[in-house]
Design a protein around this ligand. Structure first.
Ligand code: HEM
Length: 446
């Protein structure tokens, strides 16, 4: 989750001691080039740059650097973590209707009740966040986790995400700039410390054994039982509490923030284009009353979400650290002797004029049968990439299935339960915040 801003922090920070910053920054916004490097040369493009925030965190822990799935270099440790989350928590068989559907149903019921009593208004984003976080927190900690704990963790994780997005206005070698970076890092570390304090008792509770209410095995249980390669002593070892906290924080942050961003953008477009809203409502109304079956067989719902992700991918960049030799071999205009940090500009790819007709128009029909983007999905195809809101190559987002299923469920319920219209005398402002997550600059009020 911390990927996007690492580059900004790196540029402004002179304090991060190691490792040496790559000398060259390379931006890619052409989906065809992204496909060539990320899909066709996946091995060479399978690492991310080291983030200064984690270097700072490591200094605090006496040099012990913990890895989460996003930060760990491509190799056996990454494979152990990635296989665990994919097979044990995010695999479709684990997310089957028996497990995910009741969590979603409860969260949606509460969301609908909250919106009915208070109205969507300016608090819509907060209501969405609380509902989505509830689903993700239960997948993480189990069904027994107390509601007040969920709310407390949600508020700190959200606070951390906002703090990361606060771009440091000073940069350079001046004392003022150094002070600003120091304060910024301290601010992030304080959030991290509070989240650790909240999560440790929840992890300890899971270590004591399963809970009676559990419908399935939560993510924390899989982490407690996981054994990863032991680099120091050989063989395999268990994860420490600190390592589990960082993995949990990644799960909660990555799992909730982007979903809320995407839902808000999608609703905003439905407010602006009532004809799309009506068409979507007709499709959802036509389905069985039990909407948990909607994950399959709702092409327009699928298309609306894809169109939203195309125009507003919540994570604006995907990053890679590429070794000099590989960069020289694969990147256009290579010839470099330094390692390269590559920024894939996901938002630009979805609006690339060579790949998309009328890219600035919200037109879900393009993804339907006969449309010019028929067959395009949330992940790149084997032969072609036209958009990549969930990344590509070895490090693509493992949460794509959960994300798509949850967004569909929430959106379907929201268009059936409510008619969405702009507030009187106010237009919806579709300006993007240029930050860590591409949220709406002005929260949707509807
Ligand atoms: C709309 C929702 C989401 C979006 C748009 C999104 C987007 C992304 C993107 C762009 C990346 C980087 C991919 C790359 O570098 O190629 C990523 C990585 C990741 N995402 Fe997501 N994500 C979403 C939801 C989730 C969910 C629900 C989870 C888990 C609960 C999750 C967990 C992760 C993890 C662990 C990684 C790192 C993967 C690795 O390095 O192997 N994401 N996501």
């Amino acid at each position: 989750v911390l990927l996007g801003f690492s580059v900004l922090i790196r540029r402004s920070s002179r304090r991060a001691p190691a490792p040496p910053a790559p000398a060259v920054l390379h931006k890619i916004s052409d989906p065809a080039v992204a496909h060539r490097v990320l899909v066709d040369n996946a091995d060479a493009f399978s690492n991310r740059p080291v983030l200064p925030f984690f270097v700072e965190l490591a200094k605090r822990r006496g040099g012990q650097r913990n890895e989460n799935i996003s930060t760990v270099p491509h190799g056996p440790h990454w494979r152990a973590l990635r296989c665990n989350i994919t097979a044990e928590t995010l695999h479709p068989s684990r997310l089957g209707l028996g497990h995910l559907a009741p969590l979603q149903r409860e969260a949606i019921q509460d969301l609908v009740a909250a919106l009915q009593s208070t109205g969507a208004g300016a608090g819509l984003r907060d209501h969405l966040r609380a509902a989505v976080f509830r689903v993700i927190a239960r997948l993480c900690f189990g069904d027994g986790v107390h509601e007040c704990h969920v709310r407390a963790v949600c508020s700190q994780v959200h606070g951390l995400q906002v703090a990361i997005g606060e771009v440091n206005p000073f940069s350079g070698p001046s004392l003022l700039a150094k002070l600003a970076v120091w304060r910024y890092q301290r601010h992030l570390l304080a959030f991290h410390a509070r989240i650790t304090d909240l999560c440790l008792p929840l992890i300890a509770a899971r270590r004591r054994g399963p809970h009676d209410d559990d419908l399935c095995r939560p993510y924390v249980d899989t982490l407690v039982q996981l054994r990863v390669p032991d680099d120091k002593h050989g063989g395999r070892r268990a994860l420490s509490d600190d390592e589990i906290v960082d993995l949990v924080l990644e799960f909660l942050g990555a799992g909730s923030g982007s979903l809320v961003v995407c839902l808000e953008w999608t609703l905003a477009h439905l407010v602006v284009q009532p004809e799309v809203q009506k068409k979507l409502r007709r499709e959802v109304d036509g389905e069985a009353a039990d909407r948990s079956h909607l994950i399959r067989g709702m092409p327009y719902l699928h298309a609306v979400i894809l169109e939203s992700l195309r125009m507003h991918p919540p994570a604006p960049v995907a990053l890679r650290h590429v070794q000099a030799a590989e960069a020289a071999r694969t990147l256009v205009g290579g010839g470099t002797t330094s390692d390269v940090t590559v920024l894939f500009l996901l938002g630009d790819m979805g609006r690339d004029r060579k790949a998309w007709k009328d890219p600035d128009e919200f037109r879900p029909e393009r993804f339907l049968a006969g449309g010019d983007a028929e067959g395009v999905g949330p992940l790149p195809g084997r032969k072609q990439t036209r958009m990549m809101p969930f990344g590509a190559g070895h490090r693509f987002c493992p949460g794509v299935g959960l994300a798509m299923a949850t967004m569909k469920c929430f959106l379907a319920a929201l268009v059936v339960e409510f008619e969405w219209a702009p507030p009187t005398n106010a237009a919806v402002d579709l300006t993007e915040l240029d930050g860590f997550l591409k949220t709406m600059k002005k929260p949707l009020s509807a």
